[in-house]
Design a protein around this ligand. Structure first.
Ligand code: T3D
Length: 281
């Protein structure tokens, strides 16, 4: 069973006294996998400020925790995440929130963290992923989706432009024609269609989603963490670099990987015809 007691809120954090049921993001762990569950199911796990800051804080600690070698992100209830909590952004009374500031303070740090933490992120999309929720899923390294899930660039429907990396990830994943249609029309993309278009690594029957995602996360957690982190760094750079620069980067990263203990273990295990025992160092 996942251990939910690690990474409890630290001193001074607003959520220190709340029970797990009240946490806007559950934290659990199993072996070397951190499990993050977005947990505001009544509003389809949409992000209010507290939830965004808590996710940022948990990601910071995951990045620093050498025991954690993979991350599994999912949502509680029937949705993955419906993006910004619109009731918070546009309250019935009072002024509209400063949306530019919300994006800068809430979403941009989260997306940067997901891409910068050199550990594999598996996203288990259990239901609808809309707005910033869709793009948070796309920022992860491997996306698994329930066959009942869907992806929705909801922004234009309410007069906004995609944020949280949508205009970056989508054209790279599906090409600019499909990306533009998704972003301008705001139509739901079913999980099977998303898989066909290359947004999703694997479609799962709903009852198997979490088991399949956990199995994948555990497999990644037992892999040579340093090498996987460096692969992520190379992927992050690959669309901006020309071939020469990417070849130089690969040589540099290979130098780092080849000085890791896991490389020595991997080669030794191969020569000794046994499975490797990687320690993530
Ligand atoms: O500040 C800023 O705005 C800047 C940040 C931008 C980032 C963004 O993410 S902008 C995009 C924001 N998200 C959306 O526009 C999506 C809004 N939601 C929907 O379009 C639909 O809810 C879904 C297509 C996601 C799901 O539809 P459905 O029919 O399955 O569920 P529902 O009945 O619409 O929603 C269920 C409940 O969740 C409902 O509450 P109720 O009636 O049961 O009390 C609904 O109001 C609530 N809910 C759903 N999404 C949001 C939400 N409440 C607040 N904010 C939401 N985003």
């Amino acid at each position: 069973m996942p251990n939910k007691n690690l990474l409890e809120p630290q001193e001074g954090e607003p959520s220190t006294k709340r029970s797990e049921e009240q946490e806007s993001v559950f934290y659990g762990s199993s072996a070397a996998v951190a499990i993050l569950t977005l947990n505001r199911p009544d509003v389809l796990n949409s992000f209010n400020r507290e939830m965004a800051l808590r996710l940022q804080s948990l990601l910071t600690r995951i990045g620093q925790d050498g025991q954690i070698r993979a991350v599994l992100l999912t949502g509680a209830g029937r949705a993955f995440c419906a993006g910004q909590d619109l009731a918070e952004a546009a309250p019935r009374e009072g002024p509209l929130a400063d949306v530019e500031e919300i994006v800068k303070q809430h979403y941009n740090p989260i997306i940067r963290q997901v891409r910068a933490i050199e550990k594999p992120f598996v996203c288990a999309v259990n239901g609808v992923a809309a707005g910033a929720g869709a793009n948070l899923a796309l920022a992860c390294d491997l996306v698994l989706a329930s066959e009942k899930a869907s992806f929705l660039q909801a922004f234009a429907k309410i007069g906004l432009v995609p944020d949280s990396g949508g205009t970056y990830f989508l054209p790279r994943l599906v090409g600019s024609a499909r990306a533009t249609a998704l972003m301008m029309l705001g139509d739901k993309l079913s999980a099977p269609q998303a898989a066909e278009w290359g947004l999703v690594h694997q479609i799962c029957v709903p009852e198997r989603l979490m088991d399949d995602a956990m199995a994948l996360a555990l497999r990644l957690a037992a892999a040579p963490t340093r090498a996987l982190g460096l692969i992520k760094r190379a992927v992050n750079r690959s669309f901006e670099n020309d071939l020469d620069s990417q070849l130089d980067l690969e040589a540099e990263l290979q130098g780092i990987a080849s000085r890791s203990e896991d490389y020595a273990e991997g080669v030794r295990a191969f020569l000794e015809k046994r499975p490797p025992n990687f320690q993530g160092r």
